[in-house]
Design a protein around this ligand. Structure first.
Ligand code: IPM
Ligand code: MN
Length: 363
């Protein structure tokens, strides 16, 4: 089949990790006899500098016309003092919303290499196999009213955490369906002891749960969830939560895998104007400008995102598995970047890409 993919390398380490992910994608196409149809576009700080917009119309159009978009990272320190609507991050937030990819899957697993790299005790991290399903196109990231008004001691900044029943239902369904291919357990995370918004969330998730009687549902408050993730991560299978809680908890959960550089993500649920399914794939880590251009960033989150793309956008399960096995093989062989090898001799970004590509062909 033809794999039609838009590449958005973006800012910071985005281009170098995307380069390795594309090498792996090319290798998959070669080994499994698929055609590749790649396009490239601008997003984030790089797009702001060249076009004045963090998400140029051309990029939006390209993304809507492709089955899948592979994004590197967005964010640059020179925009740190800018308001949200003039920041690189706005490009990514607009893209998620424009594509309608409301369900963001962030799988977290441990391997022997994770146990060596994590600061947690190995007996705690061992055996972690969970996926965070983060609602991605609503909540406090997008709610209105928002903004800053007034001055002096009355200067006020407002953001709004808002969900409709429909928004909770659709992401809830994805989480329960996903759990059926796993250990059939969904943990919904909210702050319903304080927020009305979370009370609606919990009520609607409970209703959706009743449509999935074969799946066990439990609820955790987000503060307790943050603690349980590092006390007893083995208790989690699918973690379903709203946009900002999911953002925060996924960085925390990354520690279980050894490094945030390991985590891939898939953003699903999008439908293009012509009715075709569209997906967005990105590593969970950010642009890490302090290490950009040094060939030391971990490309495995980006490469893992290619595996998720093969699985979810192209329904190529065999190919997806093969990429995941190749990642495991590279990790097991010790060809990992410094974030995963605090005391060893680290490999470069490109060497990790080499190791995964070689393992792919050889498996
Ligand atoms: C993430 C990132 C983004 C988010 C930023 C870059 C806007 O932190 O994907 O986790 O907050 O969603
Ligand atoms: Mn984040």
């Amino acid at each position: 089949m033809t794999l039609d993919v838009l590449l958005l390398p973006g800012d910071g380490v985005g281009p170098e990790v995307t380069e390795q992910a594309v090498r792996v994608l090319r290798e998959v196409a070669r080994v499994f006899h698929h055609a590749l149809d790649l396009a490239e576009g601008l997003i984030g700080g790089q797009a702001l500098a060249r076009t004045g917009s963090p998400l140029p119309d051309g990029t939006k159009r390209l993304a809507a016309s492709r089955s899948a978009t592979l994004l590197g990272a967005v964010g640059l320190p020179e925009y740190d003092s800018q308001p949200p609507d003039r920041r690189p991050e706005r490009g990514l937030l607009e893209l998620r919303r424009a594509l309608g990819v409301y369900a963001n899957l962030r799988p977290v697993r441990t391997s022997p290499a994770s146990l060596a790299a994590t600061p947690l005790r190995p007996e705690i991290a061992r055996g972690t196999d969970l996926v965070i399903v983060r609602e991605l196109t609503s909540g406090i990231y997008y709610g209105t009213p928002r903004g800053v008004s007034g001055s002096g001691p009355d200067e006020r900044a407002v953001n709004t955490m808002s969900y409709t029943r429909g928004e909770v239902e659709r992401v809830g369904r994805i989480a329960f369906e996903l759990s059926r291919g796993r250990r059939r357990k969904v943990t919904s995370v909210d702050k319903s002891n304080v927020l009305e918004n979370s009370q609606l969330w919990r009520r609607v998730v409970t209703e959706i749960g009743s449509l999935f009687p074969d799946v066990t549902l439990d609820h955790l408050l987000v503060d307790n969830c943050a603690m349980q993730l590092v006390l007893n991560p083995g208790r989690f299978d699918v973690v379903l939560t709203e946009n900002m809680f999911g953002d925060i908890l996924s960085d925390e959960a990354a520690v279980l895998s050894g490094s945030i550089g390991m985590l891939p993500s898939a953003s699903l649920g999008g439908i293009s104007p012509t009715g075709a399914r569209v997906g967005l794939y990105e590593p969970v880590h950010g642009s890490a400008p302090d290490i950009a251009g040094k060939n030391i960033a971990n490309p495995l989150g980006a490469i893992g995102s290619v595996a998720l793309m093969l699985r979810h956008s192209f329904r190529l399960e065999r190919e997806a598995k093969r990429v995941e096995e190749a990642i495991d093989a590279a990790v097991t062989s010790g060809r990992v970047t410094a974030d995963m090898r605090p005391d060893g001799s680290p490999a470069t970004t490109a060497e990790v890409g080499d190791a995964v590509s070689a393992a792919l062909g050889g498996l």
